[in-house]
Design a protein around this ligand. Structure first.
Ligand SMILES: Nc1nc2c(ncn2[C@@H]2O[C@H](COP(=O)(O)OP(=O)(O)OP(=O)(O)O)[C@@H](O)[C@H]2O)c(=O)[nH]1
Ligand SMILES: [Mg+2]
Length: 251
Protein backbone atom coordinates (compact mmCIF):
# COMPACT_ATOMS: atom_id res chain seq x y z
CA UNK A 1 0.00 0.00 0.00
CA UNK A 2 1.44 3.34 -1.00
CA UNK A 3 0.34 6.65 0.56
CA UNK A 4 0.18 8.37 -2.85
CA UNK A 5 -2.37 5.93 -4.27
CA UNK A 6 -4.54 5.79 -1.19
CA UNK A 7 -7.64 7.98 -1.13
CA UNK A 8 -8.54 9.66 2.12
CA UNK A 9 -12.23 9.80 2.93
CA UNK A 10 -13.45 11.66 6.03
CA UNK A 11 -16.76 11.01 7.79
CA UNK A 12 -17.98 13.65 10.25
CA UNK A 13 -21.11 13.06 12.35
CA UNK A 14 -22.68 16.31 13.52
CA UNK A 15 -25.51 16.91 15.91
CA UNK A 16 -26.12 20.39 17.24
CA UNK A 17 -22.59 21.61 16.53
CA UNK A 18 -23.30 25.03 15.02
CA UNK A 19 -20.46 26.64 16.98
CA UNK A 20 -17.68 24.31 15.82
CA UNK A 21 -18.68 22.37 12.70
CA UNK A 22 -17.52 24.86 10.06
CA UNK A 23 -14.11 25.30 11.68
CA UNK A 24 -13.64 21.52 11.77
CA UNK A 25 -14.71 21.11 8.12
CA UNK A 26 -12.49 23.98 7.04
CA UNK A 27 -9.42 22.41 8.67
CA UNK A 28 -10.26 18.88 7.55
CA UNK A 29 -11.17 19.57 3.90
CA UNK A 30 -7.60 20.19 2.63
CA UNK A 31 -6.40 16.97 4.31
CA UNK A 32 -8.74 14.59 2.46
CA UNK A 33 -9.97 13.63 -1.02
CA UNK A 34 -13.60 13.05 -0.01
CA UNK A 35 -15.58 14.35 2.90
CA UNK A 36 -18.99 13.16 4.10
CA UNK A 37 -20.75 15.07 6.85
CA UNK A 38 -23.91 13.66 8.41
CA UNK A 39 -26.32 16.07 10.03
CA UNK A 40 -28.78 14.10 12.00
CA UNK A 41 -31.80 16.25 12.71
CA UNK A 42 -29.90 19.00 14.48
CA UNK A 43 -32.23 21.53 16.06
CA UNK A 44 -29.75 24.40 16.04
CA UNK A 45 -28.07 26.08 13.05
CA UNK A 46 -25.79 23.11 12.21
CA UNK A 47 -27.41 22.25 8.87
CA UNK A 48 -27.52 25.86 7.70
CA UNK A 49 -23.87 26.29 8.71
CA UNK A 50 -22.83 23.19 6.70
CA UNK A 51 -24.94 24.20 3.70
CA UNK A 52 -23.36 27.64 3.79
CA UNK A 53 -19.88 26.08 3.80
CA UNK A 54 -20.42 23.45 1.05
CA UNK A 55 -20.22 25.66 -2.10
CA UNK A 56 -16.64 25.67 -3.37
CA UNK A 57 -15.92 22.34 -1.64
CA UNK A 58 -16.78 19.94 -4.44
CA UNK A 59 -15.28 16.92 -2.71
CA UNK A 60 -17.65 17.33 0.26
CA UNK A 61 -21.20 15.97 0.62
CA UNK A 62 -23.92 16.33 3.19
CA UNK A 63 -26.12 13.39 4.22
CA UNK A 64 -29.08 14.09 6.44
CA UNK A 65 -31.80 12.65 8.62
CA UNK A 66 -34.71 14.94 9.35
CA UNK A 67 -35.14 13.67 12.89
CA UNK A 68 -32.36 12.67 15.22
CA UNK A 69 -31.46 8.96 15.09
CA UNK A 70 -28.20 8.93 17.05
CA UNK A 71 -24.52 8.89 16.24
CA UNK A 72 -24.40 5.21 15.28
CA UNK A 73 -27.19 5.63 12.72
CA UNK A 74 -25.30 8.56 11.21
CA UNK A 75 -22.14 6.48 10.85
CA UNK A 76 -24.09 3.53 9.49
CA UNK A 77 -25.62 5.71 6.79
CA UNK A 78 -22.22 7.07 5.73
CA UNK A 79 -20.39 3.72 5.96
CA UNK A 80 -23.00 1.76 3.99
CA UNK A 81 -22.82 4.43 1.30
CA UNK A 82 -19.02 3.96 1.17
CA UNK A 83 -19.43 0.19 1.07
CA UNK A 84 -21.78 0.52 -1.91
CA UNK A 85 -19.31 2.78 -3.69
CA UNK A 86 -16.53 0.28 -2.95
CA UNK A 87 -18.68 -2.49 -4.49
CA UNK A 88 -19.32 -0.25 -7.53
CA UNK A 89 -15.56 0.13 -8.03
CA UNK A 90 -15.48 3.81 -7.16
CA UNK A 91 -13.18 3.18 -4.18
CA UNK A 92 -10.49 0.62 -3.47
CA UNK A 93 -10.35 -1.62 -0.35
CA UNK A 94 -7.07 0.08 0.64
CA UNK A 95 -8.58 3.56 0.69
CA UNK A 96 -8.68 5.05 4.16
CA UNK A 97 -11.76 6.23 6.04
CA UNK A 98 -11.18 8.80 8.80
CA UNK A 99 -13.81 9.57 11.41
CA UNK A 100 -13.58 12.97 13.01
CA UNK A 101 -16.00 14.58 15.50
CA UNK A 102 -17.60 17.89 14.63
CA UNK A 103 -17.00 19.36 18.10
CA UNK A 104 -13.28 20.10 17.68
CA UNK A 105 -12.14 17.40 20.14
CA UNK A 106 -9.91 15.66 17.61
CA UNK A 107 -6.43 17.05 17.12
CA UNK A 108 -6.01 17.53 13.37
CA UNK A 109 -2.38 18.67 13.67
CA UNK A 110 -1.38 14.98 13.82
CA UNK A 111 -3.63 13.87 10.96
CA UNK A 112 -0.83 13.27 8.41
CA UNK A 113 1.34 11.49 10.97
CA UNK A 114 -1.51 9.13 11.87
CA UNK A 115 -2.17 8.48 8.21
CA UNK A 116 1.50 7.61 7.64
CA UNK A 117 1.43 5.11 10.54
CA UNK A 118 -1.72 3.46 9.18
CA UNK A 119 -0.20 3.14 5.70
CA UNK A 120 3.36 2.14 6.68
CA UNK A 121 2.22 -0.47 9.19
CA UNK A 122 -0.53 -1.69 6.85
CA UNK A 123 -3.10 -1.35 9.61
CA UNK A 124 -6.74 -2.20 9.11
CA UNK A 125 -7.71 0.21 11.86
CA UNK A 126 -5.93 2.86 13.86
CA UNK A 127 -8.18 3.85 16.75
CA UNK A 128 -6.54 6.92 18.23
CA UNK A 129 -6.06 6.74 21.97
CA UNK A 130 -7.20 10.08 23.38
CA UNK A 131 -5.20 11.61 26.22
CA UNK A 132 -8.02 11.90 28.73
CA UNK A 133 -5.91 13.52 31.48
CA UNK A 134 -8.02 16.72 31.29
CA UNK A 135 -11.25 14.71 31.70
CA UNK A 136 -12.92 14.27 35.10
CA UNK A 137 -11.80 11.22 37.08
CA UNK A 138 -15.15 9.43 36.74
CA UNK A 139 -14.90 9.71 32.93
CA UNK A 140 -11.36 8.33 32.93
CA UNK A 141 -12.40 5.45 35.20
CA UNK A 142 -15.45 4.68 33.03
CA UNK A 143 -13.32 4.69 29.89
CA UNK A 144 -10.74 2.39 31.50
CA UNK A 145 -13.43 -0.04 32.62
CA UNK A 146 -15.17 -0.12 29.25
CA UNK A 147 -11.84 -0.56 27.44
CA UNK A 148 -10.85 -3.45 29.76
CA UNK A 149 -14.26 -5.07 29.21
CA UNK A 150 -13.95 -4.63 25.44
CA UNK A 151 -10.41 -6.07 25.49
CA UNK A 152 -11.73 -9.26 27.10
CA UNK A 153 -14.25 -9.74 24.33
CA UNK A 154 -11.97 -8.53 21.54
CA UNK A 155 -9.15 -10.89 22.52
CA UNK A 156 -6.58 -8.09 22.33
CA UNK A 157 -5.78 -4.98 24.35
CA UNK A 158 -7.87 -1.90 23.62
CA UNK A 159 -6.77 1.28 25.41
CA UNK A 160 -9.55 3.72 24.48
CA UNK A 161 -12.41 1.81 22.94
CA UNK A 162 -14.73 4.85 22.98
CA UNK A 163 -12.53 6.97 20.73
CA UNK A 164 -14.29 8.44 17.71
CA UNK A 165 -11.01 9.56 16.12
CA UNK A 166 -10.17 6.64 13.85
CA UNK A 167 -8.67 5.52 10.56
CA UNK A 168 -10.08 2.42 8.85
CA UNK A 169 -8.99 0.59 5.75
CA UNK A 170 -12.23 0.67 3.75
CA UNK A 171 -12.10 -3.05 2.90
CA UNK A 172 -11.96 -3.98 6.60
CA UNK A 173 -14.66 -1.48 7.58
CA UNK A 174 -17.00 -2.76 4.87
CA UNK A 175 -16.48 -6.32 6.12
CA UNK A 176 -17.10 -5.34 9.75
CA UNK A 177 -20.41 -3.68 8.83
CA UNK A 178 -21.95 -7.13 8.38
CA UNK A 179 -21.67 -7.64 12.12
CA UNK A 180 -23.00 -4.48 13.69
CA UNK A 181 -25.20 -1.45 13.24
CA UNK A 182 -24.90 0.36 16.56
CA UNK A 183 -27.34 2.15 18.81
CA UNK A 184 -26.78 5.70 20.12
CA UNK A 185 -22.99 5.78 20.70
CA UNK A 186 -22.28 2.02 20.55
CA UNK A 187 -20.86 2.08 16.99
CA UNK A 188 -17.39 2.93 18.29
CA UNK A 189 -17.12 0.03 20.74
CA UNK A 190 -18.78 -2.45 18.42
CA UNK A 191 -16.56 -1.85 15.40
CA UNK A 192 -13.44 -2.10 17.57
CA UNK A 193 -14.46 -5.48 18.99
CA UNK A 194 -15.68 -6.81 15.63
CA UNK A 195 -12.44 -5.91 13.81
CA UNK A 196 -10.30 -7.55 16.51
CA UNK A 197 -12.46 -10.68 16.51
CA UNK A 198 -12.13 -10.87 12.73
CA UNK A 199 -8.32 -10.78 13.24
CA UNK A 200 -7.76 -7.50 11.48
CA UNK A 201 -4.66 -5.48 12.39
CA UNK A 202 -5.85 -2.93 14.94
CA UNK A 203 -3.84 -0.38 16.95
CA UNK A 204 -5.35 1.60 19.81
CA UNK A 205 -2.24 2.81 21.63
CA UNK A 206 -1.15 6.01 19.87
CA UNK A 207 -1.82 8.77 22.37
CA UNK A 208 -3.11 12.10 21.07
CA UNK A 209 -4.13 15.16 23.16
CA UNK A 210 -7.75 16.33 23.25
CA UNK A 211 -7.79 20.11 22.62
CA UNK A 212 -11.02 20.80 24.54
CA UNK A 213 -13.11 18.96 27.08
CA UNK A 214 -16.84 18.80 26.57
CA UNK A 215 -19.10 15.89 27.27
CA UNK A 216 -22.63 15.03 26.27
CA UNK A 217 -22.60 11.28 26.77
CA UNK A 218 -24.54 9.93 29.76
CA UNK A 219 -24.26 6.97 32.09
CA UNK A 220 -27.03 5.37 30.03
CA UNK A 221 -24.75 5.48 26.95
CA UNK A 222 -21.99 3.71 28.86
CA UNK A 223 -24.48 1.03 29.94
CA UNK A 224 -25.61 0.54 26.31
CA UNK A 225 -21.98 0.23 25.20
CA UNK A 226 -21.28 -2.25 27.99
CA UNK A 227 -24.06 -4.53 26.72
CA UNK A 228 -23.24 -3.97 23.03
CA UNK A 229 -19.67 -5.28 23.41
CA UNK A 230 -20.42 -8.98 24.14
CA UNK A 231 -23.31 -8.87 21.65
CA UNK A 232 -20.93 -7.76 18.89
CA UNK A 233 -18.37 -10.45 19.80
CA UNK A 234 -21.13 -13.06 19.82
CA UNK A 235 -22.35 -12.03 16.36
CA UNK A 236 -18.87 -12.55 14.91
CA UNK A 237 -18.64 -15.95 16.56
CA UNK A 238 -22.09 -17.04 15.38
CA UNK A 239 -21.43 -15.89 11.85
CA UNK A 240 -18.06 -17.70 11.82
CA UNK A 241 -19.76 -20.97 12.83
CA UNK A 242 -22.43 -20.48 10.16
CA UNK A 243 -19.77 -19.86 7.53
CA UNK A 244 -17.89 -23.03 8.56
CA UNK A 245 -21.13 -25.06 8.51
CA UNK A 246 -21.99 -23.78 5.03
CA UNK A 247 -18.48 -24.50 3.77
CA UNK A 248 -18.53 -28.10 5.06
CA UNK A 249 -22.09 -28.79 3.75
CA UNK A 250 -21.11 -27.59 0.26
CA UNK A 251 -18.10 -29.93 0.18
N1 LIG B 1 -25.10 12.66 13.30
C1 LIG B 1 -25.08 12.61 14.64
N2 LIG B 1 -23.98 12.95 15.24
C2 LIG B 1 -23.97 12.89 16.57
C3 LIG B 1 -25.07 12.53 17.37
N3 LIG B 1 -24.72 12.59 18.66
C4 LIG B 1 -23.46 13.01 18.65
N4 LIG B 1 -23.01 13.19 17.40
C5 LIG B 1 -21.72 13.67 16.93
O1 LIG B 1 -20.77 12.67 17.23
C6 LIG B 1 -19.58 13.26 17.69
C7 LIG B 1 -19.28 12.73 19.09
O2 LIG B 1 -20.32 13.08 19.95
P1 LIG B 1 -20.08 13.56 21.45
O3 LIG B 1 -21.44 13.79 22.02
O4 LIG B 1 -19.12 14.66 21.49
O5 LIG B 1 -19.49 12.24 22.13
P2 LIG B 1 -18.01 11.79 22.46
O6 LIG B 1 -17.03 12.84 22.06
O7 LIG B 1 -17.84 10.43 21.90
O8 LIG B 1 -18.09 11.61 23.99
P3 LIG B 1 -17.61 12.60 25.15
O9 LIG B 1 -16.28 12.10 25.55
O10 LIG B 1 -18.67 12.44 26.20
O11 LIG B 1 -17.57 13.97 24.53
C8 LIG B 1 -19.79 14.77 17.61
O12 LIG B 1 -19.29 15.22 16.38
C9 LIG B 1 -21.30 14.92 17.65
O13 LIG B 1 -21.76 16.06 16.96
C10 LIG B 1 -26.26 12.18 16.70
O14 LIG B 1 -27.28 11.86 17.30
N5 LIG B 1 -26.19 12.23 15.33
MG1 LIG C 1 -17.17 14.88 21.94
Amino acid sequence: MNDVNVRRIAVVPAYNEERTVVEVLERLAPLVDDLVVVDDGSVDGTRAAIQGWLPGHDHARLLTFDTNRGMSAAYYLAFTDLRDRLAAGEFSPDDLVFTVDADGQHELAVFDELCAVAVNERLDALLVRRDLSTYPRYKQAGNWLLSAWASMWAGSRLEDVESGYRIFRLGALADALTYYRGYRYSETVEVAVVLCRLHYRVRNDILVPVPIYRSRTRLRDAAIDFAAIPAAAWRVRKNGSLRKARASSSR
